[in-house]
Design a binder for this molecule. Structure first.
Ligand code: DER
Length: 222
C-alpha cells in the first residue's frame, strides 16, 4: 500500500512550480509528498507552503520546506491533500487524521486542489468510513444527540486513552452513517446544527484525484 501512496505522492509533486504558494495537506500519503517536495526544494524549487496541521508543519520544517500563514500569503495556487474516501463525483470524506477544519480552510481557497490516494479509498458511496465531525467541546453531548437524529451513533474520538483535542481545541465525533446517499445535503444539514464546527464532507472541492494502484497512477478530473 505504501508503494502506491509513494507513487502518487511523487506524481503530484510534479504539478508544483517555482513561485507557487502550496497548501500542504495532512496524513500518511501527504507525508510521502512532503518528502518528495523537500527534495525538490533542496534542488532549488522556490515555493512556500501553508500547512494544514501542526504535524504537517513540523515535518515540513524538518524537510526544509519554507512555510507561511494567511497573514503573509495572498492565496493558494495549489493544494495537495489526502482523503479517506473518494466517490464517483470526486466528493471526499476526510478527517481520519483529525485535521479536517484546517484542511478545508486551505483546500477550499486553493485555485487547484489535488487529492492523492491509493485505490483503497475509491468508493461508490461515501460513509463506510465513519464521518468525522468537529464540534465545540461545550455542550458536545447535546450536539451529539442532534447529530444522532440523522441516523448514526457518534463516537467521541479518543487518542492514547484521552479525548482527542483538534489543533483548534475542539472535539471530534466519528459518525457511522454506513452509506451516505446525498453527501451535499447531509453536510448542509449537519453544518446547520449549533455546536458543529465542520464536517469531513468535502463536496465539489477536488479538481484532480490521483489514484496509485498496481504501480500506476490514474488521474480523475472534475
Ligand atoms: O484526515 C485526512 O483527511 C487525511 O487527509 C487522511 O485521513 C488521509 O489518509 P492517509 O493517511 O491514508 O493519506
Amino acid at each position: 500500500m505504501d508503494a502506491n501512496k509513494k507513487l502518487v505522492a511523487n506524481e503530484a509533486v510534479k504539478e508544483i512550480k517555482d513561485g507557487m504558494t502550496v497548501g500542504l495537506g495532512s496524513g500518511s500519503t501527504v507525508k510521502f509528498m512532503l518528502e518528495a517536495l523537500g527534495e525538490r526544494v533542496k534542488e532549488g524549487l522556490e515555493i512556500v507552503g501553508v500547512p494544514t496541521s501542526h504535524q504537517t508543519a513540523k515535518l515540513a520544517k524538518e524537510l526544509g520546506i519554507p512555510l507561511a500563514d494567511f497573514s503573509n500569503v495572498d492565496g493558494i495556487d495549489i493544494a495537495i491533500d489526502g482523503a479517506d474516501e473518494v466517490d464517483p463525483h470526486l466528493n471526499l470524506l476526510k478527517g481520519g487524521g483529525g485535521y479536517l477544519v484546517r484542511e478545508k480552510i486551505v483546500d477550499i481557497l486553493a485555485k487547484r486542489l489535488i487529492i492523492i490516494v491509493d485505490e483503497t479509498k475509491i468508493v461508490d458511496y461515501l460513509g463506510t468510513y465513519s464521518l468525522p465531525i468537529e464540534v465545540v467541546p461545550f455542550g458536545w453531548e447535546t450536539t451529539r444527540s442532534r447529530i444522532a437524529e440523522f441516523g448514526c451513533a457518534p463516537q467521541l474520538r479518543q487518542k492514547d486513552g484521552e479525548v482527542f483535542i483538534s489543533d483548534n481545541g475542539n472535539y471530534l465525533l466519528d459518525c457511522d452513517f454506513k452509506i451516505i446517499h446525498d453527501p451535499a445535503k447531509l453536510h448542509d444539514d449537519l453544518k446547520a446544527l449549533v455546536g458543529v464546527v465542520e464536517t469531513g464532507l468535502f463536496i465539489n472541492m477536488a479538481d484532480v484525484v490521483m489514484i496509485g494502484h498496481a504501480g500506476m497512477v490514474d488521474v480523475l478530473t472534475k
